[in-house]
Design a protein around this ligand. Sequence first.
Ligand SMILES: Nc1ncnc2c1ncn2[C@@H]1O[C@H](COP(=O)(O)OP(=O)(O)O)[C@@H](O)[C@H]1O
Ligand SMILES: [Mg+2]
Length: 278
Amino acid sequence: MSNISAAVTADRLPAEGRRVAARAADLRKTYGRGDTVVAALDGVSIEFAAGRFTAVMGASGSGKSTLMHCMAALDKPTSGEVYLGDVELSTLGDKELTRIRRDKVGFVFQAFNLVPTLTAQENIELPLSLAGRKPDPDWFDTVVDVTGLRDRLSHRPSELSGGQQQRVACARALLSQPDVVFADEPTGNLDSTSGAEVLSFLRDTVDSHGQTVVMVTHDPVAAAYTDRVVFLADGLVVDELHQPSAELVLEQLKRLTAAAGGSAAATGTMATGSEAGA
Ligand SMILES: Nc1ncnc2c1ncn2[C@@H]1O[C@H](COP(=O)(O)OP(=O)(O)O)[C@@H](O)[C@H]1O
Ligand SMILES: [Mg+2]
């Protein structure tokens, strides 16, 4: 094996010698039946290293959200395995799944999903309050500081900017100190300035607190905040990049779109590079 290929092989080791925070093995998810069956995931095997920030990219309909939902125990795959740490989700009953969703994973949605009648602080604490638990005061302070929400805690969502609302949603996801935070297009509803706020904050939780973050995005600029980009097409992992730059990601998206025959579906959502929080 040449030095170059050895280096490439080492670089492509998904876990990079780190603990694996979450992984999927031959994950399949089909919708419908007979002629109308859709394979949203068609055999995805992937590892997400602990303490790393990973982006998941791919054309609309390539299975990104389905993958996030299955990995976060919000949805059940048709077959295959999901491990959070050493725990395989299909072995768990409903009670244990509820506990995993509450304690082991955080989820950030594109549309923030805050409760409009609650203050920022109440929203951040809601999952723990529902579980009858008090947040660790030190960690609460850290999360509030890292999200820059100290002077906004008594505000309701309608009194906050989009970026602030998404930071509240991120703080909510982080408060239980989950093993993994999954974020599905967290900057998709934000302007580029607010998007950059949220991305810097996610980057900081990884760098300063060893958080593991997996984020779906369409935006090469957002992907450039991460350590690794995984590309999906038609329910399969088709490529990945390490230490991505926006230019490299854009190039890769163009290449994958061309390989897919430049279909309208693919070109509509990939390789535009203009969706920075649009
Ligand atoms: N609840 C559902 N019922 C039927 N088909 C679905 C459902 N959810 C997703 N799909 C289909 O699965 C495929 C992958 O969807 P999704 O994971 O949402 O893709 P992405 O997030 O990459 O846009 C698409 O073809 C989509 O239409
Ligand atoms: Mg989606």
